[in-house]
Design a protein around this ligand. Structure first.
Ligand SMILES: [Zn+2]
Length: 224
């Protein structure tokens, strides 16, 4: 099976799309994955796709969104970049998913123990990767809880930065895409942040209240 056909997509809401992801991660955590006939799905999706969500996640080999959310072919419009940075190409992909394909949800998903975040925390430099690292730097500056050991050896610091990086990239999406901002304003889509724990396989969705608090704090800190 797959999650969505054209008929079921008509009644899809952002809230339902989010619940599909939460239920899928629960199945993954409990080893209750749906037994899909992938070759049949190849046939069913050959002419059309109706992905219910777009997910911006890290390229990390452990973060396959179809697996951790237990979804099939044609369900997730998957955008993966080291450090889950909302580059202009990533944002353009989201616009395509939501405006053209009708996805109802945009998820920005960071994860614990992220190599890109760790590299940025250590001030690494690597040719073309530097563009990615420069997009993570504002989140390092926004992390003010950690006084000592602000480097990749400090797990808590790294994971704090990863979480702030999710929030920062959500802000980038709102700021840089008039199309997505309008769909959000009209309530046709939702934008949510999340963190994947590489030790447990669990996805934590960040509450809107939490986001507002963090955004406020990081803005306040930046203006000092
Ligand atoms: Zn990563």
């Amino acid at each position: 099976m797959r999650t969505h056909y054209w008929e079921t997509r008509q009644s899809l809401t952002p809230q339902k799309a989010l619940s599909f992801l939460k239920e899928g991660n629960e199945r993954f955590l409990n080893n209750l994955r749906i037994n899909r006939n992938l070759l049949q799905l190849v046939n069913e999706t050959a002419d059309q796709q109706f992905p219910f969500t777009a997910i911006l996640s890290c390229s990390d080999s452990r973060i396959s969104t179809e697996l951790i959310f237990d979804q099939g072919l044609g369900d997730i419009f998957s955008i993966r970049l080291a450090g889950n940075v909302a580059s202009i190409n990533a944002i353009g992909s989201m616009e395509y998913a939501c405006k053209i394909l009708g996805s109802k949800l945009v998820v920005v998903m960071g994860h614990t123990n992220c190599g890109a975040i760790k590299s940025a925390c250590d001030g690494a430099s690597l040719d073309n990767l530097n563009e990615v690292l420069s997009q993570i730097k504002p989140s390092i500056e926004a992390e003010t809880e950690t006084v000592n050991n602000r480097n990749s050896a400090n797990k808590r610091f790294v994971n704090n930065v990863a979480r702030l990086n999710v929030i920062h990239n959500m802000q980038m999406i709102r700021e840089k895409s008039a199309i997505l901002a309008e769909l959000l304003e009209r309530g046709e889509i939702d934008l949510v942040g999340s963190m994947y724990d590489v030790e447990t396989g669990k996805v934590e969705f960040l509450s809107h209240h939490y986001l507002e608090t963090e955004v406020y704090e990081s803005n306040t800190l930046q203006s000092r």
